[in-house]
Design a binder for this molecule. Structure first.
Ligand code: NAD
Length: 433
């Protein structure tokens, strides 16, 4: 338990002494319709670069800068930007220097999860809009701070939960919301965990990687290759296990289906069991086995989130809605089905495919409307995932109050899923929405 930036977050937003909110440092700048979107990329890894390439396919986008703390990760992105625009992007090591560039009006946050909060809050302070990867944060208090900053600086922030913009998920959610499956009494979401990080020894940091900067606000641990690029997600110091990695996608669909709009239903009680029980001879610290049960009221239903080595007879990931009369709607990346109580497929309906997720963000930069995966909405899903971890790590049931966006009582607050002590000199500014 400790402090995040200027505000003690251990006790929750309501009692953190957040009277002393930080003030805007820069004039607010809005992207108007027909403006060029001048982009900067923070984190030239797998998904950051994929987002950049997607956005480069849209005519109003120009990529002006790329930034990474590992210079070995940037060559492909620099070359692609040069090929597309006829000039090299400006290359940064420190994202704060990139944020000083006035001509950049929007950024992509493609860093590992332990960096999102600082990258995003600093970007909002600098007046930039953002496309931020999921899960939005490493813990609950960071999620609240990020929503606060986006609202305070009136920034448009789309989160990378692109399932919200694919037809199987939008059709399935529309079917549930229209009441076509009847009254829903339970949901299931799952991921089959097959990933091993392996065992490695401490090694010298490779030339070109600023490992201290890569760790940023996370706890210092000696360098091992299987702790950094891509693999960071299997270590609780930098990721949040399968709940943060996949729960944010699959639980998101359950919450959306059970909500009227993008302001999501959230559980009142969360109980989780599990641990690192399958991969015992492995460096990873993220649990490989986790069964979480969540209770919702208004409407009343349960949600079971399952991380196991297998889910036989089902896709490796997915979300299900179960109705009072025993019908099930199952949706996964690539399809959806409605099943009768005997498991026989029933008729369903499809509508017009939704707008592309990245196009939706660009449209919202012009209109200043909330995007389909607006940060405040995905913060709710991210927090639900962190609540699963909070219960698992605390070994207790955790209670949530959506009206305060905080845990009720003490259970779960003394876990890294709730807040963390930032490694010096990093501090997270806290903003009120
Ligand atoms: N939406 C999706 O479907 C999807 C899929 C995969 C990953 N993701 C998310 O994308 C994010 C990145 O994941 P990844 O697998 O691409 O990770 P990655 O490790 O491949 O890439 C991250 C990059 O960020 C760099 N980096 C770290 N700290 C930095 C800093 N302070 N400033 C600049 N650069 C920094 C690293 O050196 C690395 O090159 C994660 O949040 C992950 O959850 C989303």
């Amino acid at each position: 338990m400790g402090k995040v930036g200027a505000a003690a977050v251990g006790a929750g937003l309501a009692s953190t002494g957040l009277g002393a909110f930080a003030e805007p440092k820069t004039a607010r700048r809005r992207v108007m319709a027909n403006d060029k979107i001048v982009l900067g990329l923070i984190g030239c890894g797998g998904m950051g670069a994929a987002n950049m390439r997607n956005l480069m396919g849209h005519p109003e986008v120009e990529v002006a800068a790329v930034c990474d703390v590992d210079e070995n990760r940037m060559a492909g992105d620099i070359a692609d930007v040069e090929k597309k625009y006829g000039k090299k992007p400006e290359v940064f090591h420190d994202y704060r220097k990139m944020l000083e560039r006035k001509e950049i009006n929007a950024i992509i946050v493609g860093t590992p999860d332990h960096w999102h909060a600082l990258n995003l809050v600093h970007a909002c302070e600098a007046g930039k809009d953002a496309y931020c990867e999921k899960p939005i944060s490493h813990n609950i208090m960071e999620a609240n701070a990020m929503v606060g900053a986006a609202r305070h600086f009136k920034r448009i922030v789309q989160v990378g939960t692109w399932q919200r913009s694919t037809p199987e998920f939008t059709d399935a959610i529309a079917f549930i919301r229209a009441g076509k499956l009847g009254r829903i009494t339970g949901c299931r979401a799952w991921i089959t965990d097959t990933f091993k990080a392996g065992r490695q020894t401490v090694q010298p940091v490779p030339k070109g990687l600023d490992y201290d900067f890569w760790l940023g606000p996370a706890k210092f641990v000696p360098y091992k290759p299987n702790h950094v690029h891509f693999n960071w997600r299997w270590f609780m110091n930098t990721g949040s296990g399968m709940s943060g990695d996949w729960g944010v996608h699959m639980i998101d669909i359950a919450l959306l289906g059970m909500s009227k709009g993008n302001d999501l239903v959230m559980p009142i009680e969360v109980t989780s069991h599990g641990g690192q029980w399958a991969y015992t001879d492995d460096d990873r610290t993220a649990y490989d086995t986790n069964e979480t049960l969540m209770l919702f009221s208004n409407p009343t239903f349960t949600l079971q989130w399952s991380v196991l080595r297998d889910h036989p007879g089902k896709p490796g990931h997915g979300t299900e809605f179960i109705s009072e009369d025993g019908r099930t709607l199952r949706v996964w990346r690539g399809g959806w089905v409605v099943l009768d109580p005997e498991g026989k497929e029933m008729p369903k309906e499809s509508s017009e495919p939704p707008t592309d997720h990245w196009r939706n963000w660009l449209d919202c930069l012009a209109s200043r409307k909330a995007p389909v995966a607006d940060i405040a909405s995905v913060a709710q899903t991210t927090i639900v995932c962190h609540l699963a971890n909070a219960s698992l790590l605390a070994g207790q049931t955790v209670y949530w109050d959506k009206s305060k966006m905080d845990i009720v009582g003490k259970a779960g607050k003394d876990t890294q899923a709730y807040s963390r002590e930032y490694r010096k000199p990093w501090k997270l500014p806290m903003y009120k929405g």
